[in-house]
Design a protein around this ligand. Structure first.
Ligand SMILES: NC(=O)C1=CN([C@@H]2O[C@H](COP(=O)(O)OP(=O)(O)OC[C@H]3O[C@@H](n4cnc5c(N)ncnc54)[C@H](OP(=O)(O)O)[C@@H]3O)[C@@H](O)[C@H]2O)C=CC1
Ligand SMILES: Nc1nc2c(c(=O)[nH]1)N=C([C@H](O)[C@@H](O)CO)CN2
Length: 233
């Protein structure tokens, strides 16, 4: 028996893009489960609007498996899983390598494998990996971050083939979406100059892409590029 109002899971939804998508999906009428690592003021509002907030730090196989067990205790179905949680070190060190691959690859890999049965109980089912356009060309400054996102793009292809036809698996690969408060004027100008469209789009372009993937039944194994035309410069 398929479940029509199964919840959507978004990881790392305490702030910025994940929070925006959580708010929009609640407004669309979806039931929602979000993960957070550090308590944030915005989480209280999500709870007031009915979202289930689960603490999760995807820093080891054990912690990821513990989250999965926690999740399975709260729901027996899922409409979608959005893998948004991510770390972006300002000054990447070799010591960051393991944690970047854990959050960007091991967490989506284990959650997808263990939670596929929950998705299978939903009439429509989607997995969406939030990647990064930088995987297209590499990153001299953040090679491990970039490689971990490239690996996530590969998981999109593999899980799309593995879970078809019951679960669609797609990705969204943004370039600049939102600056961070510490980004100075020079950095901001340089980042904006890297795209053909030249502006900071904000988190809504990820929600629009996510809505498109959730609503379109004939797309799987696809990663949407949302980069303002960086590849044209
Ligand atoms: N912002 C941008 O311009 C761009 C973003 N992207 C991608 O879009 C997505 C959203 O970006 P953005 O909103 O800026 O992301 P953030 O940098 O704001 O991080 C999102 C969340 O991930 C959580 N997180 C980080 N590490 C872990 C971990 N080990 N376990 C669990 N949660 C963790 C953080 O939790 P906490 O805060 O509690 O530590 C944070 O709230 C990301 O996947 C990002 O890589 C891609 C290109 C550009
Ligand atoms: N987890 C995060 N990943 C990324 C972020 C971020 O703030 N958090 N920011 C970027 C940059 O905007 C980059 O795309 C342009 O300089 C990339 N990934």
């Amino acid at each position: 028996m398929s479940v029509s109002n199964a919840p959507i899971l978004i990881t790392g939804a305490g702030q910025r893009v994940g929070l925006h998508c959580a708010e929009r999906l609640l407004a669309d009428g979806h039931r929602l489960i979000v993960t957070y690592r550090h308590e944030k003021p915005a989480l209280a509002a999500l709870r007031e609007r009915g979202a289930l907030t689960l603490h999760a730090d995807f820093d080891s196989e054990a912690s990821i498996l513990a989250f999965i067990e926690q999740l399975q205790g709260h729901t027996d179905s899922l409409r979608a899983i959005v893998h948004n949680a991510s770390s972006w070190p300002a000054d990447e060190q070799a010591s960051d390598f393991q944690q970047l691959f854990t959050v960007h690859m091991l967490a989506p890999y284990l959650i997808n494998l263990h939670c596929a049965p929950l998705l299978e109980r939903s009439a429509e089912a989607d997995i969406v990996h939030i990647s990064d356009d930088v995987a297209r060309k590499g990153s001299a400054k953040r090679p491990a971050y970039c490689a971990s996102k490239a690996g996530l793009d590969s998981l999109t292809l593999s899980f799309a083939a593995r879970f078809a036809p019951t679960i669609k698996v797609n990705g969204i690969a943004p370039a600049l979406l939102m600056f961070n408060p510490e980004d100075d004027t020079e950095y901001r100008a340089k980042a904006l100059s890297k795209s053909a469209l030249g502006f900071e789009p904000g988190p809504q372009v990820i929600y629009q892409s996510l809505r498109y993937l959730l609503d379109t039944p004939y797309i799987t194994g696809t990663t949407l590029t949302v980069n303002g035309g960086r590849h044209l410069k």
